[in-house]
Ligand binder design. Structure first.
Ligand code: JCQ
Length: 284
């Protein structure tokens, strides 16, 4: 993809590189605007210029603008970090270039910091964000941000999981891709996100394609039967079985198995969950 939505003062007026001022927001094409702030803008831009997100950007469905925080550093070394007050290892991202960059861009709100300390980013959060006309993400490097960034320029924090990355860039790409694919028109016409993993609090059922026999392993007969009601019941049972095995926590979250679901599992030859994992039973 040749298009580059990266913006900053150093790029203003450069031929071939598209730049924006906040007041020059292109007409909304049913698209979502996402501003990403980073000191490694190329890493975010290059990943999100590829594949489905790259196409969505070219088609104007996703108005993704990646901003280089370092362009707003004012000292001769263009520094964006400092040693922590109170001592300790590592560096902390400085408030000045971050505030300057965000204030110059006037990004869509809410603006989230990517951080292990944030609200867990789930499919429900992706759905919420996809229904807005935009939001923004701030990526940190080093050991974290000066707390005044979190307290006074961000609106909240998002976490993509309980582990620590070297920076927020990869987490920002995760959020943009999970939200971007939900924007109307981004997926193909007949693609639907209705029955994918997490939509009903369950993992997705197993899928198969040709050949019907591969190295002696067969596709379940029911999927070749043409009986769509039967296929639907098998898929529901298989999704339940997969979730019970891999993610019993999701079964507990949705309040355990109903007796209809227990019947469905038994009918398809799947075992019931072990009693110690079994959710509380309904009263007789
Ligand atoms: C995001 N899950 C993990 C790393 C400190 C702002 O403070 C920090 C941010 C990062 C980058 O984000 C993550 C992350 N979700 O590591 C350290």
């Amino acid at each position: 993809m040749g298009w580059n939505g990266r913006c900053g003062p150093a790029h203003r007026g450069c031929p071939g590189i598209s730049t924006y001022r906040a007041s020059e927001t292109p007409a909304k094409l049913g698209g979502v605007r996402i501003d990403v702030f980073s000191i490694f803008p190329e890493s975010v831009d290059s990943y999100l210029d590829t594949s489905l997100m790259g196409k969505a950007r070219l088609r104007g469905l996703l108005d993704l603008r990646v901003h280089d925080v370092r362009e707003y550093a004012t000292d001769t070394h263009r520094s964006v970090d400092g040693t922590p007050f109170g001592g300790g290892a590592g560096m902390v991202m400085s408030p000045e270039p971050v505030f300057a960059c965000i204030e110059a861009v006037q990004p869509r709100r809410p603006l989230f910091v990517l951080s292990p300390a944030g609200r867990p980013f789930t499919q429900d959060v992706a759905d919420e964000l996809a229904a807005t006309d935009g939001f923004s993400l701030l990526c940190g490097r080093y050991e974290g941000f000066d707390q005044r960034i979190v307290d006074h320029v961000a609106d909240g924090e998002l976490s993509i999981g309980d582990y620590v990355l070297a920076g927020g860039e990869l987490a920002a790409c995760v959020v943009v891709e999970a939200v971007g694919r939900l924007v109307p028109g981004v997926l193909g016409n007949d693609a639907s996100t209705d029955d994918e993993s997490f939509r009903h609090g369950l993992l997705e059922y197993p899928q198969y394609t040709r050949p019907a026999t591969f190295r002696g392993w067969e596709v379940p007969d029911v999927l070749r039967s043409g009986d769509h009601a039967k296929i639907g019941r098998w898929r529901q049972a298989a999704a339940l079985d997969r979730t019970i095995r891999a993610r019993p926590d999701l079964i507990v979250l949705r309040g355990g198995l109903s007796s209809a679901e227990e019947h469905l599992l038994a009918e398809h030859g799947y075992p019931l969950p072990a009693p110690e994992n079994a959710p509380a039973q309904d009263l007789p």
